[in-house]
Design a protein around this ligand. Sequence first.
Ligand code: ATP
Ligand code: MG
Length: 440
Amino acid sequence: MRLSRYFLPILKETPAEAEIVSHRLMLRAGMIRQQAAGIYTWLPLGLRVLDKIGKIVREEQNRAGAIEILMPTVQQAALWKESGRYEDYGQEMLRITDRLDREMLYGPTAEEVVTDVFRSYVRSYKDLPLNLYNIQWKFRDERRPRFGVMRGREFLMKDAYSFDLDYERATEAYRRMFVAYLRTYARMGLTAIPMKADSGPIGGDMTHEFIVLASTGESQVFCHKDLLDLPIPGADTDFQGDLKPIIDQWTSLYAATEEMHDEAAFAAVPADKQVTARGIEVGHIFYFGTKYSEPMGAKVAGPDGVERPVHMGSYGVGVSRLAAAVIEASHDDAGIVWPEAIAPFQVGLINMKPGDAACDATCAELYATLGKAGVEVLYDDTDTRAGAKFATMDLIGLPWQLICGPKSLAEGKVELKRRATGEREVLSIADALVRLGVTA
Ligand code: ATP
Ligand code: MG
């Protein structure tokens, strides 16, 4: 992409309304634009990041055996009356009336819809296990939308729903999602710790919130320090095999949200391993048994021919919140520092002197070569002063900056800068390409 033809509305001033660094940087880097409280337009740079996060989430859900569908954003109140949640949900639900005076709503979550899909088709245990997910916009009329997309009213969520014959099998479904989540966040360069969460009236210990530690997080959390360094299950994980040893490794060390915190148990953690911190909730997994299947009549016949309500769990990832969470975890004074996996572009190519024949020709060639090799390049071909170009590249945080100026070009060299470390190298064009993973 040539910057001269792109839409990258960088802000020079730091927006006064933004209280936390990710919100400030997302506005300044031209990633998002607020349209109403907690409601945002995703601008081109932001959308590229959002899509990459979605792609990783999708790949890991698929790997774990979940199957993608797409449910509507607008739902019928009637379904929620069946489950008994319509009145309970309260003011967070955006209620809408259509032209025929039917009660509708903008979905804050989709347990009712997915249970309706399930009961319409599935009758037998032979069709189980089943896990259906979608990545779809949700609306919650939050009392205090704030921190940009961190706590929006409209936000993008991955929500998966598992269906199993009994508790035992539901446990396996839960473990598959647990492991998929560990992999998902790690691929984005995040350490997200599964913490014991409050299961409310359902009870049981099968609910975890995945929390990224950050001083700006909204939750107070407590955990064992070693959780920050546990190995992440590899891509070769067999989701058909026994995942219990992995889960045990993670759940045997203390980690709890404020609601579930147990002073006495935490005191048993060695003092130098006790972490008390703020955290950002980037995911939540939850087994809730027959809470919806029973009132909504989602039943399956077991091998004995007897019908029983299906056991369910739900598994959420805050896809749009993650864009902000990654920035909270990875930035410096100059701007964002994107991990490779979700960077909007891999390389920022900077032409220091547009109009100079050698600079223009070399940049054009580099741009074409990298493009052909599948490297995503944002080419700054604009007529801006060098200082401003560097500042913009640092702000938007692409992993690499490839700098072409007349001086080094006279010696056949370009400069390559690694955004994360600030390290700079003067290299031949061929060597620079190799460094970026392109071989002739
Ligand atoms: P919170 O306690 O932050 O309100 P929640 O418990 O209501 O979260 P879930 O219903 O479990 O959240 O939703 C799944 C995920 O969706 C959360 O883990 C979070 O990452 C994300 N999420 C929830 N609410 C919002 C919001 N208002 N804006 C952005 N992301 C959100
Ligand atoms: Mg909430």
